[in-house]
Write a protein that binds this ligand. Sequence first.
Ligand code: B12
Length: 413
Amino acid sequence: MGRRGVPRRHGRRRRQRAPRRAPQRRRRPRTGEVHPVTSAELAPWIDKLWEAASRGDEYAAVDSAIGLLDGGTDPEALLLDVIAPVQGRVGREWAANRISVAQEHTATAINERVIAATAHHPAVRAAVAAAEPAGHVAVACIDGEWHALPARLLAEVLRLRGWRVDYLGAQVPTEHLITHLHRYGPQAVALSSSIATRLPTAHAAITACQATGTPVIAGGAAFGPDGRYAFKLGADAWAPDARAASERLLGEPLEHPAAPHQPIDDLPHLGDQEYTLIARSARQLVREVMAGLADRFPAMADYTPEQRRHTAEDVAHIVDFLGVALYVDDSALFTGFMGWTGGILTARGVPARSLLPALDLLGERLDDFPRAARLIGDAHAMLAGADPGWFARMGESPHHASNVHFPGPGKTA
Ligand code: B12
């Protein structure tokens, strides 16, 4: 049953007190042992954790985190100023082809263990218990979203700031999230997504949560560096990182969500059906582009089955990103993705221009779709015009990304 009309305010308790303390000083753990640290003090610990995680040494990684906590380091600083940058470095090192996919997975798995060990450290448990109660929030990843680590960091930071957190983890089916909201009634739901192709699903989840009367704060790399897609999809709030998210939740109450509505009400351009038709025929499009590539590049006949599979996966990513760019009607999303992919290829010795034939084939098949044709044209112009140095820099950027394999046989991970 929906609960629209029931006014639920965040931080109400705090709002009754005056004057407020400066935002950065609020709700820090007050165990008496914790001391603030500067980024210069933390830098060697970032290196230490990175080295342990990248060589797969879980014990050394956990020991370095525990050592920091034993020494009285603010747990929030450990989470956000040590573990998060290390995880960002994992992505950059992979993008630059300096670590393998397996090393990236290993390092990520170790960082997850480090976060878990941190959460159970006595100083952290004491800090959570001592924090002034802030309210009740659910943190969940969008359905199909595997990137749980950013959401987990958010959940731990919110706990440290006094929130009772229901952490639902990766890929939460929207219907189960809604059941949870009805059953436990958190004041807000924090939806996390890192991969832009989940944005249409994120939109459905945001709309469904709001229909229960629960305001939504959205975050994670998928929503764009300035949160533009969160706002386009009707989220009640957005924040760039966990610190800003906790400040936002403790600040002005989130507006009571808009009346129940359909996704198309937020995005009237969906009425042209381009997104729907392309999303529905994505598999067929991938097959046609693959057949076209085989015609144009006889060398593909010598590809191993694995190389063909990888190339097809990459074409599928291009079609997926085209679809999501049509969904949010933003050419920059598709161009950014293609530029980032060009960067990934450049780092692996494959020229970014080798993406052009796939774009050409896609454009030929979609010439009846004016918005899609424009997006493909923009991406084509970018790929044809940019110099290799620019692609190298794009590959290092965390905000635009793709899969890894397109299109040179054996060139990519
Ligand atoms: C680790 C990782 C994975 C792991 C995830 C494991 C896990 N348990 O999380 C695995 C291996 C599973 C994975 C899979 C994939 N990944 Co990946 N992955 C990454 C990587 C390297 C790190 C992500 C991360 O943890 N970042 C660190 C944290 C700290 O990031 P953060 O966003 O800054 O987090 C803060 C804020 O976003 C904010 N925040 C987060 N959530 C929320 C929520 C709210 C409400 C608020 C307010 C704030 C907030 O607070 C956080 C803390 O301050 C990134 C690259 C990168 N540089 O980020 C790619 C990346 C996210 N992955 C990407 C891709 C493409 C994939 C795959 C498609 C690859 C594939 N071949 O299958 C799959 C997709 C799986 C899926 N369906 O979700 C792309 C995304 C492309 C895009 N533009 O959308 C990236 C950018 C790079 C890449 N190509 O690898 N990935």
